[in-house]
Design a protein around this ligand. Structure first.
Ligand SMILES: *[C@@H]1O[C@H](CO)[C@@H](O)[C@H](O)[C@H]1NC(C)=O
Ligand SMILES: *[C@@H]1O[C@H](CO)[C@@H](O)[C@H](O)[C@H]1NC(C)=O
Ligand SMILES: *[C@@H]1O[C@H](CO)[C@@H](O)[C@H](O)[C@H]1NC(C)=O
Ligand SMILES: *[C@@H]1O[C@H](CO)[C@@H](O)[C@H](O)[C@H]1NC(C)=O
Ligand SMILES: *[C@@H]1O[C@H](CO)[C@@H](O)[C@H](O)[C@H]1NC(C)=O
Ligand SMILES: *[C@@H]1O[C@H](CO)[C@@H](O)[C@H](O)[C@H]1NC(C)=O
Ligand SMILES: *[C@@H]1O[C@H](CO)[C@@H](O)[C@H](O)[C@H]1NC(C)=O
Length: 410
């Protein structure tokens, strides 16, 4: 015997056999199925709609809230309880009941009966979540010293509390402890990595609210370092630059051989070194908030030719040697070009294309322009040239190089 046929039997005159009702009671309560518990917001509305409404014609249809009748329909007659008159609507086809202007006390069990078929569903009415706030520490937070308590607050029915830091979930750890209801978090002792934006979200099935709070962890100064030369030449400009890792930014002060210098910038500058500038430079970085300070020392030696060790690079002698070498090479190329040009090994520049000469006095007119004899050395003759036209710019580049190299002789 199937559940359905037994219901048919029940509906067709077997009312007296109550044991049968109780026996199939579990089937009866499942006759009309609902999608699951419904959630509503105070002031909002909700629709209870059975998944499997039977085809009805003249049956008795009833909606109850617990034991309280809401609505009774039979034939053309629809009866709505006075308490619900202005806030329910009913769809005869789907048997759906809409309940409007929800109140907290509407939470509970709603039962639909169609003759002997019945089914029930559950409603939760929630207060919307509003006014979510975060309260953080009032005092500045100092690394490895302070405890940061963040407390959340808000109104409404809160079913879950979630915390994020810099948009990633915040998880409990040795130093991060949540209260049992998750509404506050305690960070002890704070680290600089705890700086950031904290976010707390209260939610329930119908609403949520989020609050944010930024924490700044003050630290340092750490890793104080001085950048600058160790050995410098006499009479040069020298800068020593002090830096530190610090929140808020550190202030600096400088001592020389143990005495205050009055310099309170990150850079200590000597405009022109003197032998008496040799000695010990001490930079103190001070964080006014953490009240911590850290010092770093730097020895400076001023000596003649002391720039030699600069950056561990070339000595001034080597640099001079290179410069002279380059000069000689360029001069050599210039000489060679001039020599080849004069000996027709390179096509001469047609002067007619170069237009009128710019310079007034033309010492020695030549096909390439104005050559001004400079000096002769090891059978190479040096000239400098003026009056180069755009037409021969390629050669002019080479020649201009000569020009610039030998320019002081002009
Ligand atoms: C609660 O929120 C819902 C939707 O978010 C809205 O329809 C309803 O009016 C709100 N109720 C109150 C009391 O603010
Ligand atoms: C932070 O919260 C913990 C535990 O609730 C408490 O013991 C501690 O005193 C609080 N610290 C501060 C700085 O508020
Ligand atoms: C939350 O705020 C309410 C009123 O705004 C206040 O009465 C309550 O004490 C606060 N709770 C906490 C934990 O701060
Ligand atoms: C929602 O909060 C009200 C009081 O603010 C309370 O009476 C009610 O039981 C709560 N509902 C739920 C589902 O927590
Ligand atoms: C607190 O939050 C954690 C995850 O962040 C969760 O596992 C836990 O169930 C929550 N506790 C309460 C009481 O909400
Ligand atoms: C500073 O100290 C260095 C070495 O300690 C010393 O050679 C130098 O003369 C001192 N300079 C001054 C101006 O006191
Ligand atoms: C640096 O800190 C020490 C104590 O650690 C203190 O004696 C000194 O005065 C501080 N210096 C400055 C410049 O604040």
């Amino acid at each position: 015997m199937t559940a359905e046929s037994s219901i048919m039997m029940v509906s067709h005159g077997l009312y007296g056999i109550l044991w049968m009702l109780s026996c199939f009671g579990q089937f009866l309560s499942e006759d009309l199925q609902f999608p699951g518990p419904a959630n509503g917001a105070i002031g909002g509305s909700v629709v209870f709609r059975p998944d499997n409404p039977p085809a009805t014609s003249d049956e008795l249809i009833q909606w109850h809230f617990g034991p309280i009748p809401i609505l009774t329909v039979q034939s053309d007659l629809t009866l709505i309880a006075p308490a619900y008159r202005d806030r329910v609507s009913f769809d005869r086809t789907t048997l759906a009941l809409e309940l409007q202007n929800l109140r907290l006390d509407d939470s509970g069990i709603y039962r639909l009966t169609v003759d002997t078929l019945t089914g029930e569903t559950l409603l939760h009415v929630f207060e919307n979540i509003t006014n979510v706030r975060l309260t953080g520490p009032k005092e500045p937070l100092i690394e490895e010293e302070s405890t940061a308590n963040i407390t959340s607050n808000g109104t409404g029915n809160i079913t879950s509390v979630q915390w994020m830091k810099d948009n990633s979930p915040l998880s409990p750890s040795n130093s991060i402890i949540f209260s049992s209801d998750n509404r506050s978090v305690s960070i002890s002792k704070v680290q600089r990595s705890d700086s950031g934006e904290y976010q707390c979200t209260y939610s329930n099935p119908i609403s949520s609210g989020t609050a944010k709070l930024s924490l700044v962890i003050n630290y340092g100064p750490n890793d104080v370092s001085i950048k600058g030369k160790d050995v410098v030449d006499l009479g040069v400009r020298v800068s020593l630059s002090c830096s530190a890792n610090s929140e808020p930014a550190a202030s600096f002060s400088w001592k020389f051989n143990g005495s205050d210098t009055g310099v309170t910038t990150d850079t200590f500058t000597i405009e022109q070194t003197d032998f008496k500038d040799s000695g010990d430079y001490e930079c103190t970085a001070l964080n006014s908030l953490t009240k911590r300070n850290t010092t770093k020392n730097h020895a400076l030696l001023v000596k003649v030719g002391g720039g030699g060790k600069v950056g561990g690079g070339l000595s001034s002698g080597a640099i001079a040697g290179i410069v002279i070498g380059v000069l000689v090479a360029v001069a050599g190329i210039c000489g060679l070009i001039v020599y080849l040009t004069k000996n027709k090994k390179i096509p001469k520049i047609n002067l007619s294309k170069s237009g009128p000469a710019r310079g007034g006095a033309q010492t020695r007119q030549d096909a390439v322009g104005d050559f001004h004899f400079l000096f002769s050395h090891h059978s190479i003759t040096f000239y400098y040239i003026t009056n180069i036209t755009n037409t021969y710019w390629e050669r002019a580049v080479i020649v201009t190089n000569c020009n610039s190299v030998i320019q002081p002789q002009r």
